[in-house]
Design a protein around this ligand. Structure first.
Ligand code: SAM
Length: 252
């Protein structure tokens, strides 16, 4: 699989802080302004971005989405532009947002980080992705794995499509993009494909950051909705999303 820095098309300019409507008004039609309460920051045929607090807008659009793939803040003092990344703040987000996701999505998959994994309600399963190069340092030395908590049933088993592994090995380098902790593109792609059996599901990422989940979702032909409180990260995501579809070289 090729990383999203192999984009072939020229980058189109993005106008921040403006609502931009894609060709044909976009295909994620049922997630509109009226029911969400705020205008999308960015929109095209496949994706919509809301520059907002997900605690406010998520309840208004949860009925229009199917599957959550998201990357909550980790509560470890990461230096975001606006969000204060404390474990107390994370606890509040978990207590407020996870029930909405579990109530509205068939499957919710969350990359939680290791340190605050136990702030989350007991999941139905935990998967993991591994990085042989390490994902950082912790109290037990080099951390080489990251958990993914899952709420909901394995769609492959549910549809009698056979068993799939619950781990992924990531060897890619994550390219710096102006967000302090963008997820590896391949990890997000694996996760989306692991929690869906086809691309007719609408994906939601309420902690979108620089839009990695949305970028790979779009590349795989899914419709997706992202929410991010920090306008600068919405701008980064919009810039990634307005580039033409990638050549995935045979898929993930
Ligand atoms: C771990 S980062 C996500 C990174 C993302 N996966 C990527 O690849 O760029 C979590 C993001 O959640 C955002 N955030 C924190 N609280 C939020 C809230 N209440 N509503 C929306 N976004 C929020 C932060 O600004 C941060 O960008």
């Amino acid at each position: 699989m090729k990383a999203d820095n192999n984009i072939k098309a020229e980058k189109a300019p993005v106008k921040p802080l403006q609502t931009r409507v894609g060709r044909g008004g976009g295909l994620v039609e049922d997630v509109g302004v009226s029911n969400v309460g705020v205008a999308p920051y960015y929109e095209d045929d496949y994706v919509k971005i809301y520059n907002s607090d997900c605690m406010t807008v998520l309840p208004n659009l949860i009925d229009s989405v199917d599957i959550c793939v998201t990357d909550f803040p980790y509560g470890i003092g990461e230096k975001y532009l606006s969000y204060d990344d404390t474990s107390e703040g994370l606890k509040h987000l978990v207590d407020t947002v996870v029930p909405v996701l579990r109530g509205g999505c068939e499957i919710t998959a969350i990359t939680t980080g290791v340190k605050n994994l136990f702030l989350y309600p007991q999941p139905d399963w935990v998967m993991a992705w591994f990085s042989t190069a390490g994902t950082g340092c912790g109290p037990w030395g080099f951390c080489c794995w990251q958990p993914v908590v899952l709420y909901g049933k394995d769609p492959y088993l549910k549809e009698q499509k056979g068993s799939r592994p619950d781990i992924y090995v990531a060897n890619e380098q994550t390219k710096k993009n102006g967000h302090p902790c963008p997820k590896p593109y391949g990890v997000c792609g694996w996760l989306i494909k692991r929690v869906t059996t086809n691309n007719n599901k609408v994906i939601i990422d309420p902690f979108m950051g620089s839009g990695t989940t949305l970028r790979i979702a779009k590349d795989l032909g899914y419709k997706a909705v992202g929410i991010e409180m920090e306008e600068r990260y919405c701008e980064i995501a919009a810039n990634r999303l307005c580039q033409n579809v990638l050549d995935l070289g045979g898929g993930i």
